[in-house]
Design a protein around this ligand. Structure first.
Ligand code: NIG
Length: 406
């Protein structure tokens, strides 16, 4: 089955050459993109969709979410809006509600959140455990996550449960809990922050998970300066997420981590790859933290991803468009940079980017021949409208792996 999408006013490919094509067309063959070019030269296909002069982008790649949870934290949000500050302790409220919820309902809730994200243009999505915090509930969260998301991250090291000794709990995270989640996850993460896990504990978690063959990510520098960024770089983590409070040395370390990288399309993804800085603007606004310095990171040569951080505590939204809008209006990224961070940047943070020869057939986050046909048609003639018309739902159509999802 092939589908021709024609009459595209602007095709923002986010490919290796950063091409933006005018009056373009795309052909989907099965689950992949098989042709890109001018509308006037488009080949015939089994079916044809007239884009009507709209803009086509890669689907959003949301590389940081926490979708496996039950319960509600409206009261905490209201208290925050009244002046309270965010602390990691709120995670315990969600852990209680999650443990009390059965598999069927936990899965149903997570699927609802994925559907909400897809309906807004997200076509590739990571999610984490982290609201189980014991062996049984972390394993259950990982199993459920593996049925609803494209990539699953183990975040047993999200919070030390009430009453537990931090070092004993870290042993559990590095031992029996890791063994129990291992069949379901390919990534591991640690919340390296005051009130969560200190440097020594974070280091142990990262080492154990690396030894178990997992790719690494770090929640770092969210609530204050700390060792998260430096640890992420030292361990070769794929990303460090939040990055609100960075020293000059942190920015240098992130930039330096990419110094040996030849760029997209140059060879095996592992060669010279560094640590992506993942900015989470919706979370920054909801917690009233300073926005992550996305402009400064890009200017320093650090690859940036934008993600929703959808979770019940700090960022209860799956809207990647909101993140892009905020990145443009408040973080001073250009529209092209913000869209790139929310597509190619997310893919880079998940090792799924264009030119990734290790796993090229699974590359996402760019519109390129051979890639998964993950496409987002806006109800607007250009991507600029994402920032020009803030808050307007602009998703017109979505294809996920070649299947029309909206
Ligand atoms: O990424 N920072 C740690 N974890 C989540 C928040 C979790 C919560 O408060 O429920 C985050 O913001």
């Amino acid at each position: 089955m092939s589908t021709l999408i024609t009459n595209i006013a602007e095709l923002m490919t986010q490919d290796a050459e950063h091409r933006v094509l005018k009056d373009a067309a795309v052909v989907i063959e099965g689950e992949r993109i098989s042709w890109i070019g001018p509308s006037s030269a488009a080949p015939a296909a089994d079916e044809s969709v007239d884009a009507g002069g709209r803009a086509l982008l890669p689907g959003w790649v949301d590389s940081h979410t926490h979708l496996i949870f039950a319960g509600d934290r409206t009261a905490e949000f209201e208290a925050r809006m009244a002046g309270e500050s965010y602390s990691a302790g709120g995670i315990a409220v969600t852990t209680g509600a999650t443990r009390e919820t059965g598999d069927f309902d936990l899965t149903r809730l997570a699927l609802g959140r994925v559907a909400e994200a897809v309906s807004q243009g997200t076509t590739y999505l990571e999610t984490k455990t982290g609201y189980g915090l014991d062996v049984e509930n972390e394993a259950r969260s990982a199993r459920i996550a593996s049925t609803v998301a494209d990539e699953v991250t183990y975040l047993g090291a999200h919070l030390v449960p009430a009453g537990a000794d931090a070092d004993d709990y870290t042993d559990l995270v590095c031992g029996p809990m890791l063994a129990a989640v291992r069949p379901y996850v390919s990534w591991a993460d640690v919340f390296c922050e005051q009130g969560a896990f200190n440097e020594g504990q974070s280091r142990r978690v990262l080492q154990a998970c690396k030894d178990a063959g997992l790719g690494l990510r770090v929640h770092g520098n969210q609530l204050g300066e700390g060792p998260g960024v430096q640890l992420a770089v030292e361990f070769g983590a794929a990303s460090v997420d939040h990055v609100n409070y960075l020293s000059a040395a942190d920015v240098d370390a992130l930039a330096g981590s990419w110094s040996g990288w030849q760029g997209a399309g140059s060879g095996p993804a592992a060669e010279g790859r560094g640590t992506v800085a993942t900015c989470l603007p919706a979370c920054d606004l909801s917690t009233r933290q300073p926005l992550a310095p996305g402009r400064e990171l890009l200017d320093a040569g650090v690859p940036v991803a934008l993600a929703s951080n959808c979770n019940p505590g700090t960022s209860y939204t799956s809207s990647m468009a909101f993140c892009v809008t905020t990145a443009v209006l408040q973080m001073r990224l250009s529209v092209h940079e913000a869209v790139r961070a929310a597509t190619y940047g997310g893919a880079l943070a998940l090792h799924r980017e264009v030119g990734n020869d290790v796993d090229g057939e699974r590359a996402v986050g760019s519109v390129a021949v051979g890639h998964r046909a993950d496409l987002h048609l806006l109800n607007a003639p250009s991507a600029t409208h994402l920032a020009y018309r803030p808050g307007i739902p602009l998703t017109h159509a979505v294809w996920r792996a070649g299947v029309r999802a909206r």
